[in-house]
Design a binder for this molecule. Structure first.
Ligand code: 2AM
Ligand code: CA
Ligand code: CA
Ligand code: CA
Length: 263
């Protein structure tokens, strides 16, 4: 795979998709629920996924596509080149706020992340990463993450975790909220991961994410030294849903050992 040619192609594809999404603000969108009433999907989620798939199938017929809305391929293994796509990450924000959502895309070859893109459509901000070639914010190279500690960290997480639940020791999570400098929640896993790569957040943790939520962001985050695993400390699974943490390397281990405890 010629990463430079591919990078140019993908950037123009993403910008075109972003243009379509911004134009949709001028029209009515159709909103439906998926797994529960708060799990939203719109006609734009579907149309943007289909837009990518048509182009990829036309220009790279041998590649496979793993997309959230299910128009791509039935992916059961990581063989060959796979595009992991979330056409709109943060659909609830897209519907309610018309901001704080992103297109998320990762290109993996034999299970290894080669290219990653997170496009903040409304702000026209592109975060991207090239394996062994660096991470970029609007084409400016990002610097490696600086040393930090829990007491000086901003951690992105969902507030619902502080509610007693079946899976996690919520007292430990409350202790984390006490110990960090601040917590934030954006409602877009992709943007939160991009922010970790930029050093604006020191960690992002989530109970349940899918491969397309994190595929692009992991390539970007790794290039600045961030560590990404599930809550057990294993590398993220590219085929199924799992827990997820991306963190500054100085605090990743401590977060897992001290604060994120399975019951
Ligand atoms: P989505 O908007 O593409 O569905 C919201 O907290 C974050 O979690 C978003 O990045 C959202 O992606 C993701 N997410 C993953 N699985 C989800 C689910 N079942 N319901 C709602 N958000 C989900
Ligand atoms: Ca969704
Ligand atoms: Ca998503
Ligand atoms: Ca989505």
């Amino acid at each position: 795979m010629d990463l430079h040619a591919m990078d140019r192609y993908i950037k123009s594809l993403i910008k075109e998709a972003g243009h379509r999404i911004r134009n949709s603000f001028l029209t009515d969108i159709t909103i439906e629920s998926k797994s529960n009433v708060n799990d939203l999907v719109t006609n734009m989620d579907k149309e943007i996924e289909q837009f990518f798939i048509e182009r990829i199938r036309r220009d790279f017929p041998e590649h496979r596509i793993f997309g959230e809305e299910g128009f791509g391929d039935d992916i059961q293994n990581t063989k060959g080149i796979i595009w992991l796509l979330d056409p709109i990450d943060g659909t609830m924000n897209f519907v309610h706020q018309k901001r704080n959502f992103a297109i998320s895309l990762g290109i993996y070859e034999e299970g290894v992340g080669k290219l990653g893109y997170i496009y903040d459509v409304v702000n026209d901000d592109l975060y991207h990463g090239v394996k062994d070639g660096g991470a970029y914010y609007n084409n400016e190279k990002l610097r490696p993450l600086m040393e930090t500690e829990i007491s000086e960290s901003i951690v992105a997480m969902n507030a619902t975790w502080a509610i007693p639940n079946r899976y996690l020791d919520h007292e430990a999570i409350i202790q984390l909220i006490r110990d960090v400098r601040g917590t934030r929640s954006f409602g877009s896993a992709a943007l939160e991961l991009a922010y970790v790569a930029c050093g604006r957040f020191d960690a992002y943790i989530s109970m349940r994410l899918s491969p397309w939520d994190i595929a692009g962001g992991m390539v970007i985050a790794h290039e600045v030294g961030a560590i990404t695993t599930n809550f057990k400390g294993d590398p993220a699974n590219l085929l199924k849903q799992d827990t997820f943490i991306a963190a500054n390397p100085a605090i990743h281990q401590e977060l897992l050992e001290k604060y994120i405890k399975f019951k």
